[in-house]
Write a new protein. Structure first.
Length: 261
């Protein structure tokens, strides 16, 4: 059994946002209430997170997640990283370090902002007093195995910081974070029809640093997954309005949405 839980389907401000409230989103639709972006997965017996949003504590409580083996980071914007200290509670439960995976440059940023969290020597951790994350650096488009999970990290283009995507088990799940373009070399690394493709939509029309809905539709057609979930939606992205433009295998995500196969 494989499982994916959308812990948060929102962009950096969340929905409602402090400045703009619900914006274009229908406040009466509970699927428009969004915590910041984050995903939990169980694949090949491995339990892991994609990113740690500032809402991570509540996300883990709401989905009753008390154990993870690893965290895979996409980039170092605060809405994807700054819940990292909440992993201390997982450390306390397990009594051991959590494996952290990131590119060389993204790991360098994490070390700079949160040096007390990095446990290069896991024999010396004390999870009662601080989170403990054991760092692992990857190279883009170079596959590696973590326990029973095959991971192929890819570099996404066009965002205003370095951003990583992930192809799991040759394409069983493909997770795309903030981007404008996915390189052709990365698309060629998807070796099977994905069970699930996750892509971000900040605003339907796109921005200088974010793909729009037409871009997502084009990439979904190229990748040809069985199912597509759209996450990372800001107040410009009303759930029902976005859904009305989706093909039958695509839908906007909402907090707590769970997919199993």
């Amino acid at each position: 059994m494989s499982k994916v839980i959308i812990l948060g389907a929102g962009a950096a401000p969340g929905v409602p946002a402090l400045a703009n409230g619900f914006g274009n989103c229908d406040a009466k639709n509970p699927k428009n209430i969004r915590l910041r972006s984050g995903t939990y997965m169980e694949l090949s017996g491995v339990k892991f997170l994609i990113d740690t949003s500032p809402d991570l504590r509540m996300q883990l409580i709401l989905s009753d997640i008390r154990h993870i083996d690893a965290v895979f980071y996409t980039h170092t914007h605060a809405d994807h990283l700054h819940g990292i200290d909440d992993l201390r509670e997982i450390n306390r439960i397990s009594g051991k370090a959590i494996e952290l995976f990131a590119s060389k440059d993204n790991l360098a940023v994490i070390r700079t902002r949160f040096p007390y969290l990095i446990a290069d020597d896991t024999a010396k951790i004390d999870p009662v007093y601080r989170a403990a994350l054991h760092p692992n650096v990857f190279e883009y488009e170079q596959s590696f195995h973590f326990k029973g999970l095959k991971v192929t990290p890819i570099r996404l283009l066009g965002h205003n910081v370095e951003c990583s995507g992930y192809i799991f088990n040759d394409g069983e799940v493909v997770h795309i974070s903030d981007f404008r373009e996915i390189p052709e070399s990365a698309l060629k690394l998807i070796k099977r029809q994905p069970e699930l493709l996750i892509m971000p939509l900040t605003t339907p029309s796109g921005t200088r640093f974010h793909a729009g809905l037409e871009d997502l539709l084009d990439y979904a057609e190229k990748i040809d997954p069985k199912r597509v979930l759209i996450n990372h939606m800001a107040v410009e992205s009303d759930y029902a309005e976005v859904y009305s433009h989706c093909p039958s295998n695509m839908q906007p995500a909402y907090d707590g949405l769970t997919v199993e196969w």
